[in-house]
Design a protein around this ligand. Structure first.
Ligand code: S3P
Length: 439
């Protein structure tokens, strides 16, 4: 396969009025819950990225009728909790950890077997974190040696569980909530406790589908056997995609950028809290609640940034935004310290090491730690960066071009399409000088 390469000419600024594509987490969940609801679910703002499309295709393979997505609109003909049918082959979830982990929970409760596969990156990510608690519920989820995919799921009878998650992971939490739907109401409640708050889109969306679920402190409880009722879902623009533009506008002198209809769920706004603490000029307009999720227009203007110690409680709330935040830290005055972020090592790539290698190439001093990094702000040079097929690494270094002194070439950018189709067009339109080539 040809390599997709981004080449960024140094300098420039970001300006304009844009809407980035739909939220990936909410898009996945709209298909999953829409499929097992009674009646039709209509979705607008759906992310037409490879990850959420992998979920859509998987549910078609499970017998659900889902319209092709046009301009972010689709419709799902829900089959009810027990209406999915056995797929003819393995379900291919591509690069998507969310699709694989959430579907494990859902499929563990079915009366038919299934097999989940993914690409090389996904086949090297830890799946024991969902298989273990599911098997404690009585599931029969079988992994390859080392706790990896392909995953084989055999039918079994699920029991409620009282589970304290070892990591603040929305994927584990959501996986178990989906499995809990398939427990018997008479067997009692499933209770999941999170060590720190992490994204709560599943809980909000279950309520939007009329399913009873209760949250008390850090524990979420629900029982199985209820009904989800089809509804309308307005997917906000993805704050994780907006984050690249927030960082770009914050670091490039003269920038003034408006980002429309961005999801600002408080379990996702770590990136804004951290950037503001670094001195960023970020303001909100038109705050509103849309389908149970808070959204706003976000205006970002250039401001000089300073290094900070990133507060521990912000880490799970900004977990996908660290590649972009590392670029902000590289452009800040002084030292930025990140700790308690070992989860970054098991994302689409080892994001601590891969970012550190790229920063080294650009001449930024840093010190890699097992659970984080220390970054000294400085002058960004240029050169060749390996994204290791990680969409967020590629987009983060693209934004670094705004402050670089020489061109930056970023290799292996194919997977930008998993979360942000149209990234390069939008970047070009707002002022980043970038070229995309197949080499
Ligand atoms: C996601 C949860 C996070 C995040 C991922 C999407 C979700 O993963 O990194 O991109 O949609 O639930 P973890 O739950 O592993 O932290």
């Amino acid at each position: 396969m040809n390599d997709l390469v981004f080449t960024i000419q140094p300098g420039g600024l970001l300006e304009g009025d844009i809407r980035v594509p739909g939220d990936k987490s909410i898009s996945h969940r709209s298909i999953i819950l829409g499929a097992i609801a009674q009646g039709t679910t209509s979705v607008e703002g759906f992310l037409e990225g490879e990850d959420s499309l992998a979920t859509l295709r998987a549910f078609r393979d499970l017998g659900v009728t889902i319209n092709d997505v046009t301009n972010g609109n689709t419709e799902i003909q829900g089959v009810g909790l027990h209406g999915l049918t056995e797929p003819v082959g393995p379900l291919d979830l591509g690069n998507s950890g969310t699709a694989m982990r959430l579907m494990c929970g859902l499929l563990a409760g079915q009366s038919f077997p299934s097999v989940l596969i993914g690409d090389d990156s996904l086949s090297n990510r830890p799946m024991g974190r969902v298989a273990e608690p599911l098997n404690a519920m009585g599931a029969d989820v079988r992994l390859q040696a080392g706790g990896l995919a392909p995953i084989e799921i055999l039918p079994s009878r699920l029991q409620p569980v009282d589970y304290a998650m070892p990591v603040a992971s929305a994927q584990i939490k959501s996986c178990l909530l989906l499995a809990a739907l398939y427990t018997n109401q008479s067997d009692g409640q499933t209770v999941i406790t999170e060590p720190a708050p992490c994204r709560d889109h599943t809980e909000r969306m279950l309520r939007g589908f009329g399913y009873e679920i209760s949250t008390e402190g850090s524990s979420i409880s629900m029982s199985g056997g209820g009904t989800l009722t089809g509804c309308h879902i307005d997917v906000p623009a993805d704050i994780s995609s907006a984050a690249f533009y927030m960082v770009g506008a914050s670091i490039a002198k003269g920038s003034d950028l408006m980002l429309r209809h961005v999801g600002i769920n408080p379990t996702r706004t770590g990136v804004i809290n951290i950037l503001q603490e670094m001195g960023a000029d970020i303001t909100f307009e038109n705050k509103q609640i849309v389908g149970g999720e808070p959204v706003a227009d976000i205006r970002v203007r250039y401001a000089p940034l300073k290094g900070i110690n990133i507060p521990a409680e912000q880490v799970p709330l900004a977990i996908d935004e660290f590649p972009a935040l590392f670029i902000a830290a590289s452009c800040a005055q002084g030292t930025t310290v990140l700790s308690g972020a070992e989860e970054l090592r098991v994302k689409e790539s080892d994001r601590i090491q891969v970012m550190a290698d790229g920063l080294a190439q650009l001449g930024i001093s840093h010190d890699v730690r097992p659970d984080g990094i220390v970054i000294e702000g400085g002058k960004l040079g240029g050169g060749e960066i390996h994204s290791h097929g990680d969409h967020r690494i590629a987009m983060a270094f693209a934004m670094a071009g705004l402050r670089a002194e020489q061109p930056i070439r970023i290799l292996d950018c194919e997977n930008v399409a998993t979360s942000f189709p149209g990234f390069s067009d939008l970047a070009g339109k707002t002022g980043l000088s970038m070229k995309v080539s197949e080499e």
